[in-house]
Write a protein that binds this ligand. Structure first.
Ligand code: FE2
Length: 267
């Protein structure tokens, strides 16, 4: 059983890289289940639409996770209630449309749980993520409620992500960070058998400032008035992880970071 997780898809570059490559990559790597974070997939670089979600599903994506930009394209608030395969962070303040956790059918009667969480440090205000995680684990168990569990932790800082990884160790198949749009070089299986990488990186144009136009981004740091912020539109790189899972335990056998094309190269 092999899971692919791809980090934040940004704008047209990210979407095009998914459309162009994903089906072929699923075949090449014999991937059974694909999760992507789609919260920056709109052409504006923030939010996502129903049409984008459908395009992703059509090219092999099984589940779409999100984060702080989930509601930036308002139409998604209606669509998320109809689409079981689209998640928002579980620890958003309630009431909120949609849900942050789902259980999905795999082949051979296996089930996979996908949990979307958002960090508290330097992020929009949300419920305490460690308390949310603890409550979740009190009522949801690996190999009882699902055969595999993937956690997308959408957060800004490495220490918070690292801590969540260890908190879920032995209770999840994979904990992977999103949101910073930069892949970290720390993919590993933790002591208890959970695969972990602090950030999956983005799917988008790396000749940018985390996917967005370079000049405007620099101007914003100088606090100059800048024209509307928009994503760079060069060739996109795909970034994420591939995890081999043990069907007996639900834990990870191994994890490899995955990078395809354009400005970043796997060595
Ligand atoms: Fe984000």
């Amino acid at each position: 059983m092999r899971i692919m997780f791809l980090g934040d898809v940004v704008g047209v570059s990210g979407c095009s890289a998914i459309m162009k490559n994903l089906k072929k990559e699923i075949e090449t790597y014999k991937i059974d289940f694909v999760i992507i974070n789609g919260e920056n997939a709109d052409k504006s670089g923030v939010g996502l639409t129903e049409e984008i979600c459908k395009d992703f599903f059509n090219c092999g994506v099984n589940i779409i996770t999100t984060g702080n930009h989930v509601w930036d394209q308002k139409e998604i608030m209606k669509f998320i209630d109809k689409e079981n395969r689209l998640l928002r962070p579980k620890n958003l303040f309630e009431p909120a449309p949609g849900k942050g956790f789902g259980i999905y059918e795999l082949k051979n009667d296996l089930k996979i749980g996908v949990l979307n969480l958002m960090g508290n440090v330097f992020m929009k205000k949300s419920e305490d993520v460690f308390e949310t995680a603890e409550k979740f684990l009190n009522t949801n168990k690996l190999k009882e409620d699902y055969d595999f569990l993937v956690v997308d932790f959408h957060g800004e800082i490495t220490s918070e992500k690292n801590a969540i990884g260890h908190f879920f160790d032995g209770k999840a198949t994979l904990v992977v960070g999103t949101h910073t749009h930069i892949p970290t070089n720390d993919a590993r299986v933790l002591d208890g058998g959970t695969a972990y990488q602090t950030d999956a990186g983005m799917c988008g144009d790396y000749n940018s400032v985390i996917g967005m136009n370079k000049e405007n981004s620099i101007n914003r740091f100088f606090k100059k008035n800048s024209t509307k912020h928009y994503p760079e539109v060069g060739e996109g790189t795909l970034c994420g992880v591939i995890v081999d899972c043990d069907i007996e335990t639900g834990l990870a056998k191994n994890i490899k970071s995955y990078i395809l094309g354009a400005n970043l190269k796997n060595i």
